[in-house]
Design a protein around this ligand. Structure first.
Ligand code: CP
Ligand code: NVA
Length: 319
């Protein structure tokens, strides 16, 4: 393996837990790990997590994130502990008590939960345990790693490109905004009133911007998409918001990514989606299944990026 690994923070709860150089290095390492995968047990990282135990605690549904983390740990020589689905943070016992118990047995934990604050509380309570955010209500940083590895594979250097995100200013949009800023990618976000990117995220992305990356907010999706290199969307109703689905279907209807909207982007513009997708809602079947769509490349790259992330985290001794 030629890519050097440096020390990062103990946890990965947010893209902001990496600095720009670490983020670039994570993408480089992911590309190297992807290329090395055909070597199987001969891959240089095949024993990077040898003798380590990594638990998975998921309070929300998952196909891609669970599967890719389980394979990632296994391919790095570690052991996965799938925690029982009835382990819910703060339900049977206090968040800190769960964290303090688990850190006596484990080296890392991958958590998908609702409250980002609870996730932070958990990570603070367990100074010897690496904690990875597998999606919270606020952020989905593992997704953003895969998104930019995928774009880099298609484009080469990322800096100076422009991506438009159309729809809910949710967890996926927030992590995309953090990573875009740090990688020098301009981001246009078009959302209806009341569903915009949180102010805090706009400030964080603005503060983290490199290479002149600019974050611009729009209400009209046509304005946001005009001349961009890629268009990204996500579900109109994130997990935990199901009671609002009917209202959201109405509010977001003008934000559907369809062929008319895609035609306003640059010729050859790419289409991205974190999945799961809802054809006929946030994206039409025509766009989702078009040659512009790189959604399954994104899904594949979840695996390689998470392997890279785990290698980097485990190169950092906890406090
Ligand atoms: N994109 C993503 O996180 O997919 P899952 O919800 O299936 O894990
Ligand atoms: N925004 C979506 C992403 C799913 C991967 C959700 O939180 O449900």
């Amino acid at each position: 393996m030629t890519t050097s690994v440096t020390r990062t923070r103990k946890d990965f709860l947010s893209i902001l837990d990496l600095d720009s150089a670490d983020l670039e290095r994570c993408l480089d390492l992911a590309a190297q790990i992807k290329a090395d995968r055909l070597l199987g047990r001969e891959a240089p990282t095949a024993d990077a997590l040898g003798g380590r135990h990594v638990a998975m605690l998921f309070e929300k549904a998952s196909l891609r994130t669970w599967t890719t983390f389980e394979i990632a740990v296994q391919e790095l020589g570690g052991h996965v502990v799938a925690l029982q689905p009835d382990i819910v943070l703060g339900k049977r016992e206090a968040v800190a008590d769960i964290a303090l118990s688990l850190e006596r047995w484990l080296d890392a934990i991958v958590i998908r939960t609702y409250s980002h604050k609870q996730l932070e509380q958990f990570a603070t309570a367990a100074p010897m345990l690496h904690v990875v955010n597998a999606l919270s209500d606020d952020e989905h940083p593992c997704q953003a790693l895969a998104d930019f590895l995928t774009l880099r594979e298609h484009w080469g250097p990322l800096a100076g490109r422009t991506v438009a995100y159309i729809g809910d200013g949710n967890n996926v949009a927030s992590s995309l905004a953090h990573a875009a800023a740090m990688l020098g990618v301009h981001l246009h976000v078009a959302s209806p009133d009341g569903y915009t990117l949180p102010d805090a995220v706009v400030q964080q992305a603005t503060g983290a911007a490199r290479h002149g990356a600019r974050l611009r907010l729009f209400t009209d999706p046509a304005d946001a998409v005009s001349g961009v290199d890629a268009v990204y969307t996500d579900t109109w109703t994130s997990m935990g918001r199901e009671a609002e689905a009917e209202v959201r279907r109405g509010v977001f209807a003008p934000y559907q990514v369809n062929e008319a909207l895609m035609s306003l982007a640059k010729p050859g513009a790419l289409f991205l989606h974190c999945l799961p997708a809802h054809r006929g809602e946030e994206v039409t079947a025509e766009v989702f299944e078009s040659p512009a769509s790189i959604v399954f490349d994104q899904a594949e790259n979840r695996l390689h990026c998470q392997k890279a992330l785990l290698v980097m985290l485990f190169s950092t001794a906890p406090a």
